[in-house]
Design a protein around this ligand. Sequence first.
Ligand SMILES: C[S@@+](CC[C@H](N)C(=O)[O-])C[C@H]1O[C@@H](n2cnc3c(N)ncnc32)[C@H](O)[C@@H]1O
Length: 236
Amino acid sequence: MEVAHDPGTARFGNFINYYSFNPPNNRLELIGEDFLKFLEADYSELDCIHCLDIGCNSGDLTTALYEKLSSTVRVKFLGVELDTTLVERCHASNRYPGEISYQKADLTSAADRQDVISEYLRKHAIDRFHVVCCFSVTMWVHLNNGDAIFREFLSYVAKLSLNLLLEPQPWKCYRNAVRRMKRSQCEPFEHFEKLQWRTEVEKCIEGFLTENCAMDIKTSYGHTKWQRPVTWLCSK
Ligand SMILES: C[S@@+](CC[C@H](N)C(=O)[O-])C[C@H]1O[C@@H](n2cnc3c(N)ncnc32)[C@H](O)[C@@H]1O
């Protein structure tokens, strides 16, 4: 897969220069002290906590999250990303190779889930990640796979998470992505017109996770500058 230089061709959100227009701090500053205090209170007796960053792009947000969370407890991060070139960039710029690892994986693929995620959990003798981060990824999974596979993806993510930090894109972003794709004369997203979760998609996602996936909302951290909600959910 070619990493995208033209934003219109970033079919999976695999922008080459993502952090030049959405720096990590836009999301990081929203995550409150309550989250850090919770980690310290609940996990400080563990050797370390294991965190998964889904769709880690070039690793800038993963690194920033690692630095923030490791101020309270010992942390190991696994960043997964479906674009090979971006994974190579993650490896090349990894400042914490002992604590952060990166792997190429498409988290809608059963084989990648098995080879990368199940293997990581097995190796570290854990059933779930203490923290799963899913920032600005949901729309890409939804647009590329449609409602049914997207719901299955959310169920899978919920099953992996003791705590989930989630930043879903609102409907406006879907329309922009579709417009950019059209402007670049690329194949349209074949599922877009048929999506049933539409205008209130963030609420649909939240409702699905709480009603169908045994998760509770712990804290709503408000919205980023791009009007995307950041929420901490935990398993019941
Ligand atoms: C818009 S970027 C967000 C990057 C990062 N999570 C952040 O918020 O800073 C979305 C990333 O998710 C990746 N991605 C999209 N679908 C994915 C999937 N099914 N499995 C793994 N990564 C995926 C894309 O390649 C892209 O790098």
